[in-house]
Design a protein around this ligand. Structure first.
Ligand code: ZN
Length: 206
């Protein structure tokens, strides 16, 4: 357990934050329900779910955050349907998370996002409380996404991976027991790679 393990009181006051401030590294129970989320990979921890708002479709880079209503689609999928969010802050968090996920040494951009918020501890009427204070409400979700990457780095930096298909830019946190996950999904990239290897093998035999 880390120092960010949240008290129940945080959860009672703000259920949305509680799930990020606990030690959970996998998001569970996120279903976009009525909102149509076009992304090929959903359900990764918040930090990587934000990175996965960009993907390659038919050889072109698609950016959900740049599409009309796309930010709302993502906020809904991420469990923050009613959040007011600064679009530039969200993009800054996404860029910083991607850079940090690819190169663990690149801390400045991520720390710049994290500088917009701080956790405050105090004793409230119901017991210990931990609150996230942000300098602007629009930075709350970007901050939570950046902070989630810290949780993932604590849980297993080598399990933060980019899909092994070089043409794919999706990221995931490998929560499998074996720790051998290579693909964003078997259906999207794994099977294609298998088919290519099979094709190359059979061609070599000709
Ligand atoms: Zn992939």
């Amino acid at each position: 357990m880390t120092s960010l393990h949240a008290s129940n009181h945080l959860g009672e006051r703000d259920g949305l934050e509680e799930q990020y401030l606990t030690c959970q590294v996998r998001q569970t129970g996120y279903t976009a329900s009525a909102v149509d989320d076009p992304r090929p990979l959903t359900g990764e921890p918040l930090a990587l779910d934000l990175v996965n708002t960009e993907w390659i479709q038919d050889g072109e880079r698609r950016d959900l955050l740049a599409e009309p209503g796309g930010i709302d689609v993502w906020l809904h999928a991420a469990g923050h349907p009613d959040a007011a969010v600064d679009p530039d802050g969200l993009r800054a968090a996404r860029d910083a998370i991607r850079a940090t996920a690819a190169d663990h040494g690149d801390a400045a951009a991520l720390n710049a996002v994290l500088a917009h918020g701080r956790l405050v501890e105090r004793l409230g009427p119901g017991g210990p409380e931990r609150m996230l204070e942000v300098d602007d409400e629009g930075w709350r979700v970007p901050w939570l996404a950046a902070q989630n990457l810290l949780e993932l780095l604590r849980a297993g930096p080598d399990r933060i991976r980019r899909c092994a298909n070089h043409a794919c830019i999706l990221h995931f946190f490998d929560g499998s027991r074996s720790g051998r996950r290579q693909w964003c999904s078997m259906a999207a990239c794994g099977n294609r790679a298998k088919a290519r290897r099979h094709y190359e093998r059979t061609r070599e035999q000709d």
